[in-house]
Design a protein around this ligand. Structure first.
Ligand code: PMP
Length: 403
């Protein structure tokens, strides 16, 4: 019955991790996967997460009962405050529909299903974007189209191209935007540019679909990284936000996330929000019954306790600070070696990734000759660098660029 199936191509990132693990070169570096590493190249369990897990273990009332399809109401409320702001008028006016999801990817999938049921128009994604955006949209039988994002020559945002493409998209299109720390380019619009994007979206009556996987990673400040989302809401727009705690709490495999759908202000906005939430619950029921609960309980313990919340922010600053330090060290070493080309963008870009500008051929050479594993598009996960390997990395890139 299944004899005609061909093997699926391996996911490019997980395939690189496989190769990296088999590589015996003691100098090997993995800068492919978007997961934080500490200064010894090891996975990092946030100290605040360790504390919260202990609290959960000691809770005599904790059990493993099923949750409602939409998740635990108080958890949803606390997660909304992190991303929309604790004084968000949208929350106060009860016009936010929030549900628990299987991390950011699960949120995107449920959001796409919801859009298919309610809107069914193409989703505009940035060129380039996180590869899974296309896969999730296609898997939902929706269509994607691209808007310009990256200026390869200047290694910065192609804002005019972006605005033009949003202007040329049919009215009422859905526009998927990375709320901060754009993956893979590490390049976000400035506040002025966000305002211009918002203006076009408003004028064209587009619908905004924010993917927020890196809140706290871009600048180390949760409020700062959620600025664009809050600004769009202030402007009276309706939108979806997919929120992930994978990166900012280091809970990658535990799958903690939420969808928030913000309804624009009106007399019956809170009724609409309730109905939207029940639809999201219905979609969840048919796909996975209900979202996993362990990680969001850990998240909620942290969000509910002012001391732990503060400590979480400090832990996040440790992560984003080390990444920023590595960016500067790498950039300074390129300058020191007089590596052909400009390298300021490595330091200027933000979040987990840097879009180096290296070509496919150069990346292949880095993998084969130097055991430095990164994706073919020249994206590196800066968290994979540390004080012990940054020199080897820069010298290898220097060799590749010159040869
Ligand atoms: N969106 C973007 C842009 C991402 O980079 C990622 C993770 N790589 C996600 C969403 C989803 O993350 P998760 O499902 O692990 O929360």
């Amino acid at each position: 019955r299944f004899a005609t199936l061909e093997p699926q191509p391996k996911d490019p990132i997980f395939a690189l991790v496989d190769l990296y693990q088999k590589d015996e070169n003691p100098n090997k570096i993995n800068i492919s996967v978007g997961a934080y590493r500490d200064e010894n190249g090891k996975p990092y369990v946030l100290p605040v997460v360790k504390k919260a897990k202990q609290i959960l273990l000691n809770d005599p009332n904790a059990n493993h009962e099923y949750n409602p399809m939409t998740g635990v109401d108080s958890f949803c409320h606390n997660a909304a405050k992190v991303i929309l702001g604790k004084d968000s008028p949208a929350i106060a006016e009860e016009r936010v529909a929030t549900i628990q999801t299987v991390a950011g990817t699960g949120a995107l999938k449920i959001a796409c299903e919801f859009l298919k049921q309610t809107k069914n128009t193409p989703i505009y994604i940035s060129n380039p974007t996180w590869a899974n955006h296309k896969a999730i949209i296609e898997n939902t039988d929706l269509e994607w189209k691209e808007y310009s994002y990256w200026n390869q020559e200047n290694r910065n945002l192609n804002i005019e191209g972006l605005l033009e493409d949003l202007n040329n998209a049919p009215d009422n299109s859905t526009i998927l935007l990375h709320a901060c720390a754009h993956n893979p380019t590490g390049t976000d619009p400035t506040r002025e540019q966000w305002k211009r994007i918002c203006e076009v979206i408003k004028k064209k009556n587009h619908f905004t679909f924010f993917d927020c996987a890196y809140q706290g990673f871009a600048s180390g400040d949760l409020d700062n990284d959620a600025w664009a989302i809050r600004y769009f809401i202030e402007q009276g727009l309706e939108l979806i936000v997919c929120q992930s705690f994978s990166k900012n709490m280091g809970l990658y495999s535990e799958r903690a996330g939420y969808i928030h759908i913000v309804i624009k202000p009106s007399e019956n906005a809170s009724v609409i929000a309730k109905n939207v939430r029940s639809h999201l619950g219905g979609i969840t029921r048919a796909i996975l019954s209900n979202a996993p609960n362990f990680a969001v309980r850990v998240v909620d313990i942290i969000l509910s306790d002012p001391e732990l919340y503060k400590e979480w922010n400090e832990n996040m600053k440790v992560m984003s600070g080390r990444i920023q330090k590595m960016r500067k060290m790498a950039r300074d070493k390129f300058v020191e070696l007089k590596t052909p080309g400009t390298w300021d963008h490595i330091q200027q870009q933000i979040g987990m990734f840097s879009y180096t500008g290296l070509t496919v051929k150069q990346v292949e050479c880095l993998i084969e000759k130097f055991s430095i594993y990164m994706t073919k598009n020249g994206r590196m996960s800066v968290a994979g660098l540390n004080e012990k390997n940054v020199e080897y990395f820069v010298k290898s890139v220097d060799w590749v660029v010159r040869n």
